[in-house]
Write a protein that binds this ligand. Sequence first.
Ligand code: 6R9
Length: 654
Amino acid sequence: MTTAAQTDSKVFTPSAETVARAHVDAAKYDEMYAASVADPEAFWQEHGKRIDWIQPYSTVKNTTFEFGKVAIKWFEDGTLNVSANCIDRHLKTRGDQTAIIWEPDEPTDEAQHISYNELHRRTCRMANILESMGVRKGDRVVIYLPMIPEAAYAMLACARIGAIHSIVFAGFSPDALGARINGCDAKVVITADEAPRGGRKTPLKSNADAALLHCKDTVKCLVVKRTGGQTTWIDGRDYDYNEMALEADDYCAPAEMNAEDPLFILYTSGSTGQPKGVVHSSGGYLVYAAMTHEITFDYHEGDIYWCTADVGWVTGHSYIVYGPLANGGTTLMFEGVPTYPDASRFWQVCEKHKVNQFYTAPTAIRALMGQGSEYVEKCDLSDLRLLGTVGEPINPEAWTWYNEVVGQGRCPIVDTWWQTETGGHMMTPLPGAHALKPGAAQKPFFGVQPVVLDPQSGVEIQGNGVEGVLCIKDSWPGQMRTVWGDHERFEKTYFSDYKGYYFTGDGCRRDADGDYWITGRVDDVINVSGHRMGTAEVESALVAHAAVAEAAVVGYPHDIKGQGIYCYVTLMNDREPSEELRKELRSWVRTEIGPIASPDVIQWAPGLPKTRSGKIMRRILRKIAENDFGALGDTSTLADPSVVENLIENRAGQ
Ligand code: 6R9
């Protein structure tokens, strides 16, 4: 697989039609971008008005990246309610318009079209149910649901009453769920009996039962019926959503929230330790999600928009729920997977619902490309106008296939670079403004000031045709505000390596034209199928197994997943390597974290390469995993060089 950053290939100029329709053309981008960095206060003063405020803000920006004093506040004296912005304000003009199209896992089951009026009733009922369970402003609610409309109702219901939601992806294990419930001291967990996906069912309620064994007795569980599958029931702790919804009132007044009140917490992996709770605000986050959704996807009134992410990830938060609904759009929610019942499913859904904008991840594109173009070609994709990608760099082969086969050469592709921490798109070409370069994230969004730093000195590298680490110079409204319960960790993670900047953890290149190309993570985070995984998390799961003495985990290039998980495992003295043990360790990690963390390769390592001070030399392990033995670099600091020879000799076949 060629990586995007290796090629500066062809440039694709937008069609006259795309330019004519676009909210932002080239001249407007230049003018708006210049204004956004020259006077951020004036720029966001204006764009803050995209959403409705109860009390308008009088100050716009109050932010500092100074290490030790990092504080980020936007629109800080304004008040609003996020759910009223996503629902109530549209009722007069588009109450009967479809807000959410829900496409179930089984194509033969009926899709749902939920109007804004219906979304209002459902959200209010859910809000009233949560209140009746004792949830109050500022309380935390964990959401562990399949991709069903109730997930959106639950998010919006929390926002309505001022509770802070924390969604846990339904693919996470009971242990991971329990850690997140405890991490934010949640009062309630909302789950479902089972999550159907690709024809299989994940037992969410029994996972929640297992997780709750390790949580406070006071945590309550609200259970949505999805399949009707049998669940165990604990009276007094478990609440039946479907029954309660029959009784619940259709109206719940939206709470008046401060712009800086947290809207949600979302756990994400970092280079060290356990995942951290990224905290997003109500006001700044919503302004940024709404604006990026409209402009990046060139969303217009009446468009049908589909983002294939799961609401368990930030992409689902900003671009399935909050952005599209704040804009009064129609957003599609898909419960299934791209390959069920077959590799045509995405395209059948596009045809069936006449999708105009389609947003997915490179890993899905690569997997579907591998199945052959005939799965796409048999569907009518004439309504598609724009394509998007997110999650990892897209390789030119996949870009070209996406462009030619899916987009039939007429749909601009927006390659959106951003992070859980950034709340919304940070760099992307805009469809009517920029000639596209396959694999480049290209241009900063309004108000975003990217800089390329020398990794060692931390000095800004000026000019074009340069490469280094990617930092951001000043705040933007969608930026995370803190790590839940640990502001110090927030400062240390993002503001301590390069003082005065937000450090993204990514490397990047600015080409001769000044366009940006993301080259991948420069820290110990790997990107598996677009999902972030801390190598430290997988290591700590492995060493928790009784047979494992030590483990080191690195990423390696994987054709479909982008990166795969390569584990070097040193066993306890009394344990022998075997195929069974390998299988056992794989399933152990799946149980500890979830299927997305399942090791691709486990290599038995009698020893790990270490410096004399005992630090594992991951650089060497990465090279071995990449099959790149010629470039091991400086090995003179190794305590025992024979360890490396052994690892090379016994490198696992993939
Ligand atoms: C939204 C999301 C963030 C990391 C990020 C980077 C990688 C995301 C990308 C991309 C190249 C793109 N990433 N989009 N790399 N091109 N268009 O994915 O958030 O899960 O927090 O991951 O993903 O490495 O730092 P998150």
